[in-house]
Structures are given as C-alpha cells and as structure tokens.
Design a protein around this ligand. Structure first.
Ligand code: AMP
Ligand code: ZN
Length: 271
C-alpha cells in the first residue's frame, strides 16, 4: 500500500532505529493516531503521550480516543493534565497570555509553543530519545509557504522529517513520519483501519492566516504539495545558512529548557 510504503521510506530516510525509544505525541486526531499505529505495526518501540488540554467535551473525546488506541495497541500511555500541572485549561492560559500581550499572539501559535515546551520536558523525564508527531504533508507545505510569505524562510531551518542540527542533551529529537503523506490519504487510511479518531477540529483553531493558506493548499493537487516539500528538501541546506549567528542553542534563564534566546518563547509568553 502506497501510504505504508511512503511511511517506511521516511523512516529509512531519517534512519530511525528499532532500538530508539519513541514517545508518540497523541492528540486524538487522525494524524498522530496513524503515526502510532504504523510505528507499532512496523515493530518500533513506542509509548503514547497525551496532553489533556481541559477544553470541555472536545478534550474528553480526545482523551477517550487516545486511551482506546493505546489499549488496542498494547502500549503505555502517559497523560499530562494541563489544569493540574499549570493551574488552568489551555483556554484559560491562552486568554491570560493574550490579555497581557495584546491581541498579537494567535491561538494556535500560543498552544503550539506550550505543547512543544511540555513535550520536550516530559520526554526527557521519561528518558526517550525521540518524540514523534503527526505533522503531515499539508501541514508542512502550509508552514513552509507561510514562512516564505512572511519573508522569513529561516523559520523553517530546523524543520524536516527530523529536527536538524540541534545536538543537545536537553533537546529531544523530534520526528514527523507523515511528513511526505497527504492529509486526505491519512484520513482515508484511518477510516479504513477503523482507528479511534476524533475527526472534528480543535474549537480554538481559528488562526485566520493558516486557514487562508489551507484554503490555497486544499486547491492544490497532491503532486503540487509534494513538489513544495521536495523544493523544501532541496533548499534546506541553504535555508540553514540564513539563520542568524545568535541562533545557537542556550538554556533558558528562567526554566532551563533549551532555547535560542536568553529567555525561551514559553517563558517570554507567560512572564
Ligand atoms: P497541532 O499543533 O494540533 O496541529 O498538532 C500537531 C501534532 O502535535 C499532532 O499531530 C500531535 O502529534 C501533537 N499534538 C497535538 N495536540 C496534542 C495533545 N493534546 N497531546 C499530545 N500531542 C499533541
Ligand atoms: Zn523558559
């Protein structure tokens, strides 16, 4: 099957090892569910990790789907409850950040920074050496185009099916096994395999710029989306060189997490 073949090829490309201990970041959505299902099917050593964002019914459904999946796959599931750990739901934390920073910060951007910060920290505690996420071809083509349109292609410098050039004991390598696989194919596959998936979108995903770009990428053929990412791969080394010298990795002065600035993006937001 084409999707499984592409998935395997991506794992070969990033040289994933059967000895790697992989934490799959599970949202309850189709992409991360298919990622965990296929990694397990091909014999990789995986455990699940879910951040319960405490966003009412939507979060309840996501948690149920993730629990069911891990049960079916016979893998451990680690749950991080944002309300218990950070004192409020994602909606609460996000609104507090937006209130103190003005309206500039978008919902998805805030949520994304917080989730990445949590994932790296928890993955390190669990002593895994890889984090797998469900980012797919459509997500990546959108992000790459958005960075180009913003005039900042260097923001894509560390992107790719595996994080590049970040060798640091506190930074856990992230992989995206669905990097070259189109969203529609993943949706069909999840349905065909009857995987426990929440198909509805996050109720807070109202980042208008990404929605606009998504409308555009939805109008493209699979071949065209693949071409965008093939170009990304070809340009990747050049994009690396656009990164400024001060982009070296430090440790955040507040939380100690790896960061490119003195204060990491997470601490910058919640100060
Ligand atoms: P998103 O930022 O929502 O597009 O999600 C991108 C990827 O991040 C997903 O494919 C998952 O691998 C991971 N992810 C998103 N939300 C969660 C969550 N609540 N818990 C764990 N992982 C998540
Ligand atoms: Zn920090």
């Amino acid at each position: 099957m084409e999707l499984e073949q592409k998935f395997k090829q991506t794992l070969e490309k990033i040289k994933l090892n059967k000895k790697d201990k992989i934490l799959v970041a599970l949202s309850g959505g189709k992409d991360s569910t298919v990622t965990a299902y296929l990694l397990k099917k091909f014999g990789y050593n995986i455990e699940g990790f879910h951040i319960n964002l405490s966003m009412g019914e939507y979060s309840k459904k996501c948690l149920e789907a993730v629990e069911k999946l891990c049960n079916n796959l016979g893998i451990n599931l680690h749950i991080y409850n944002i309300k218990n750990e950070m004192g409020g739901s994602m909606c609460y934390i996000r609104t507090a950040i937006q209130t103190s920073h003005g309206k500039g910060l978008k919902n998805c951007a805030i949520c994304g920074v917080i989730k990445k910060w949590i994932m790296n920290r928890e993955a390190r505690k669990l002593k895994v050496n890889k984090i797998a996420t469900g980012h797919n071809l459509d997500d990546e083509a959108q992000t790459f185009l958005m960075n180009i349109l913003k005039g900042s292609p260097q923001l894509s410098a560390n992107s790719g099916a595996i994080t590049r050039n970040v060798k640091d004991k506190k930074f856990i390598t992230r992989i995206k096994p669905l990097f070259y696989i189109a969203e529609n194919d993943i949706r069909e596959y999840a349905k065909k395999k009857k995987l426990p998936v929440v198909f509805e979108h996050c109720p807070c995903a109202i980042d208008s710029y990404r929605i606009q770009i998504r409308q555009f990428t939805n109008s493209l053929s699979k071949k065209e989306k693949e071409n965008i990412m093939k170009n990304f791969d070809k340009l990747s080394d050049k994009i690396q060189k656009l990164k400024s010298e001060d982009a070296e990795l430090h440790y955040c002065e507040k939380c100690g997490e790896p960061s490119r600035k003195k204060i990491c993006r997470m601490c910058e937001m919640i100060k």
